[in-house]
Ligand binder design. Sequence first.
Ligand SMILES: CSC[C@@H](O)[C@@H](O)C(=O)COP(=O)(O)O
Length: 362
Amino acid sequence: MLVLLDQTRLPAEEVELVCTDVPALVAAIQSLAVRGAPLLGIAGAYGVALAAARGFDVADAAEQLAHARPTAVNLAYGVRRVEEAYKAAMARSGNGSQRAAAQALAEARALHREDAEASARLSEYGNELLGELVPGGGLRLLTHCNTGVLVSGGQGTALGVVRAVHQAGELRKLWVDETRPLLQGARLTAYEAAREGMPYSVLSDNAAGSLFAEGEVDAVLVGADRIAADGAVANKVGTYPLAVLARHHEVPFVVVAPVTTVDLTTERGSDIEVEQRPGHEVTEIPPVHRTGGGPETGGGIPLAPVGAQAYNPAFDVTPPDLVTAIVTDRGVISPVTADTVAELCSTSRKGTSRTRNGMMNA
Ligand SMILES: CSC[C@@H](O)[C@@H](O)C(=O)COP(=O)(O)O
């Protein structure tokens, strides 16, 4: 079985969600009980291992899991990687499905461990980059959605960098966008920031403009769900307006993501499939415990007339020219162009990679 922390119940309760089969895990992914690009990859990987261990149809399980949500490329990456390991082990051992199941689990664990290692490098490189972009320390950082330990095998992506800045004694303020409609910022990032003792404030998403105008933001740090070959970045809806604000106010806009989030098979940002979610997430305040209420409602407190139509994309796409830098576990991409993305992706994991201004990271 797979035991997850149910993120829909945070910060009120820390409740475990036990998945004993693939449909339960698919439901957990779709309800955002488990969410965030790197964690989706890890969960998908373990989901395939679970299917193998329990004797389910692994190809069918992989298909269901890979398509549970469309935007975060890490989900399909994790699923397909473990599926391939299982298939290769089956081919080697004939009918030895137990051995193949063990191989699938080993592959999921390897992916989990690699994500933790990648996140440590992201924190290090991101912290270094901020030191260059905003010299002098005492940083006021703005972030969107949730990108910390809750979504990673390690410290996370953007919030992992914030944590490194905080541990270095250089975080003056973390501005936490509430991240409507599902409030991953107010519920989850604030939960992590509080546990870490960070100085933070939650703001409504539409207060970000006045915060920039008052000169209160030194840099924006966000994660990514998919980075296209042209450097466009899909991330939680509300990221693109922050990038526009950052450009207008001449504030660095930095994306932090493992290289597994770069999808060279998606040529342009406009090719990225953006998940559309149910309207009731916008038109209702969600109940902590879903009680049903029919197809038109999510069982929450109505904010709009029942039956109101809603526009509810889960993500938006920020064009590369608005991105100051992408911090990856292989180094920093800046400027962000199709060429610099391709160059970074072509470097070997253990090799050196060019970073901004020709500097090198080990
Ligand atoms: C490290 S997480 C990067 C992204 O996955 C994160 O910013 C995000 O958009 C998560 O969206 P969610 O819909 O909560 O899964």
